[in-house]
Design a protein around this ligand. Sequence first.
Ligand code: SF4
Length: 486
Amino acid sequence: MAEVVLTADRTLMSTYHNNEFLGFGTCAPPNFIPEWLYSYLFFPRVKSKRGHPQEAPYGLRKTEAQLLNDGFHVETVSPNHLGKYLKDAKILGVHTMDPFGLGPASTTLAALFKKEPYLAKHFHALLTSPQVKKAKKNGLKVFVGGPGAWQFRYREKDVEDLGIDCIVEGEAENVIGKIFKSAINGEDIPRHYEIGVDAAPNIDQIPDIVQPSINGLVEIGRGCCRGCQFCNVTLRPLRWYPLEKIDRELEVNVKSGRRNTVLHAEDVMLYGSKNTVPDEEKLVKLHQLVTKKCNGLAWSHCSLAAIASKPQLLPKLSELILQNQSWWGAEIGIETGSPEVAKKIMPAKAHPFSADEWHDVVVQAMGIAHDNMLAPACTLIVGLPEETEADILKTMDLIDDLKDMRSLIVPLFFVPLGTLKNKDWFNDTKLNELHKKLLIQCAKRDFRWVDNLIDLSWSEHWYQGISKEFYKGFSAIAKYRVNKIH
Ligand code: SF4
């Protein structure tokens, strides 16, 4: 039996029916759809064999690989099979993304629906399960980490109540083995262990995953050079994985029968680049490799400025990608339509263009994406510090100019992160009339594209028609409710 057990709550241990967009459904609170049906539609349980999930979140797989390298006996276990694995375990490591629903998408939905989102509910349920409680009484130490680790600083009482021993924040490859060893040896460990950028691993220190990741996700690089003030990632150094490393991780997933992949980086368009202009050769080679090996791909994130800086490049990539699929998705930050706000809080987001040109950069890049079947899920930030009514009107103008471009545009309440972490949270009580109009404007344009995206996503197999009708039904009810508010 393993001395270290790794897991994540149910909302993270899901393939989201192979559609990353559906993962956003975990940010919603319980609603008009019965809970069992909603969970099945948006975050069905990942299949497991003797309690071991066939796929697990990529971050958990990285930790697993690192701990194996460090000589630990470690097993990754589905949250509903923890009981027997915790009997002999000394440490339970829990991967988190948005454990208390404080992320931008969940705070926005929680404020509008006045309820706790599913992802927070399932995180709480995991740590308060009888199996974990019993193991805690027998000396189990509980560690949490992952992209959601920052949230525990806002919830000290929950940390205490949930019996969490240590929160590991940052890129942990170089330190996780040492901390776990100290804990197993009964030494004192700090409640919060923050790993600074100087301790971030270089590429050679980052292990390859050894077991399949959810939806075949593989990282192609870490860090970002754009320096947006509201973002935690911006503080991390930029590193790109060589093709051979990416190939090895793709192979792990392909061997397990997972032939789709999500390429993960803060800006996939900048793969291999040392600045804000795409490196055409490296990007094409990456996509040649991936499209040869996999039947389908998505990008986790990319930037509009990079698309607009080389307008002939996306069509080339699209030609490769569309050999295997009819469209692909990526998350993209628009954040604002106001050049004044852009200049203040994200001056390099438009680079190599100037922040003054932000509106035109967005419109041009979104047009290129539309023509080449890249369907982005875009974010806007509502309630940025010092935002004026004139800024909101400029954002509304931009959204209007994007109405014919296939995409979802999701307005999210400002969350104080990055260098803005000391600013005030935005919440529903601060919504003014223009904010409300912006929210409705986005909802209406999105409903126009949701059915189109559902048709594209479920067009490949006839038997997917039934579930397609469920999602369309859900979309129709949501549309009806928004129209009633208006
Ligand atoms: S471009 Fe994205 S990842 Fe980079 S700093 Fe800005 S918000 Fe963060």
